[in-house]
Structure formats: structure tokens, C-alpha cells
Design a protein around this ligand. Sequence first.
Ligand code: ARG
Length: 225
Amino acid sequence: VACGNEKKIEKIYVGTNAEFAPFEYLEDGKTVGFDMDLMAEISKEIGVEMEIKDMAFDGLLPALQAKKVDMIIAGMTATEERKKAVNFSETYYKANQVIITAEDAEDIPDFEGLKGKKVGVILGFTGDVVVSEIDGVEVKKYNAGYAAIMDLKEGKIDAVVLDGEPAKNFVKNNEGIKITSAEGEKEEYAMAVSKDNKELLEKVDSALITLKENGTYDKLLKKWF
Ligand code: ARG
């Protein structure tokens, strides 16, 4: 665990929630995805070893604050609320929330159109926050995306609100569902570091700049999106 000013960082523990393809997911028991590749490049750049710790999404910030991990990479949106508790790196990906419905359902052109509907969200995700703020929506909270998608396919709920890329991934791998034309507000994904670890944050940010300049970042974008 990184600590102290003089001491060299040798190994960092990185928290994620590997239920968010293509950013992070499990394949043959290994965490893979865009974030995992990016994090591997960043730690190479900084010159430290890294170990991924997979946990529930809503356990990530508490784990960081309890110093069980040194940082988080999890397609996590840098929200004002979260900035009160942790520091975020520079943005590494821009995303937005989308609405998934049954393929034969009428289009929902905006988020207000969710009024009067049963809508699945994932506990603690920004989609949960966005939907919970709309009056008149019957919100159903799930622990993982695939559980919400299963209920949608069985007609138990009318829609699921999720980040764009994981939503596309579900639509690609499941029959009978589609993404509507509604476009949520822009969100910026960033890595989180605890407030008292400015040193690591600076290293991560400068590594990110290097990877953007030397083409590594673009190569990863091409590989995963
Ligand atoms: N971007 C959304 C958020 O920050 C969802 C992130 C979910 N990430 C994950 N690895 N499960 O809340």
C-alpha cells in the first residue's frame, strides 16, 4: 500500500467492480476490459506493480476511504457528490446514460418519458441517481446489470437505465431489447484516489497524459470500442 512521502510506491491495490463490460468484466476468472488494460499501462508507466480487487460497486468508495485499496478504476463517473469524499484523476472517457426497453416498445425520446413506468437501475450507479430524481417513476434497484436485463426481457419492468457502452453490450448479447433515442447528460469517467494521496494522483495524471500522447490510449480505444 502506498504511503509516506519519501517511500517509493511498489505495489498498488486497485478496486473495481467487474460487472461492467467492456470496461471491466470477468473472463475465465480474470478481470479484463478497457479499464484493466488502461490501468496496466498506467502502472507500467508509473513503475509499480498492481493488483486488482474486485468488489461490489457501492463498496468501492468505502474501501478507498478505509485504505483497503489505493485507487479505483471502474467506469466511475466523477460526480460532485463523490468529489466530496475522494479526488478524481483527469477524465479518461466520456459517457452518458441511455434507456433500454423491449424491442417492440414505443420509443422513449427523453428521460421525462420514464414517468409512470417501472424502471430498473443498478444500486449506486449514476443511473440510479438520475432516475430516482424523476417524479412518478417506479424505480426498481438491482445489484447487477444482467439481473435488470433479465427482468426487462421477462416483461417485469418497462425499461433499464444504464451507461451507454455497457447498455450496447447487453443489447448486442440479448435478443428482443433496444436502446431508445433518449440521451442522458454527459458523464466523465475518472479514477479515484483518496484525498490524502496527492502523490499517486499526480503520477496517474501524468501517466495518462503520456499514454494519450504516445498513442497507447487510442490503441486501447480501438481495441475495446
Ligand atoms: N458510471 C456509473 C457510475 O459511476 C456506473 C459505473 C459502474 N461501474 C462498474 N464497474 N460497475 O455510477
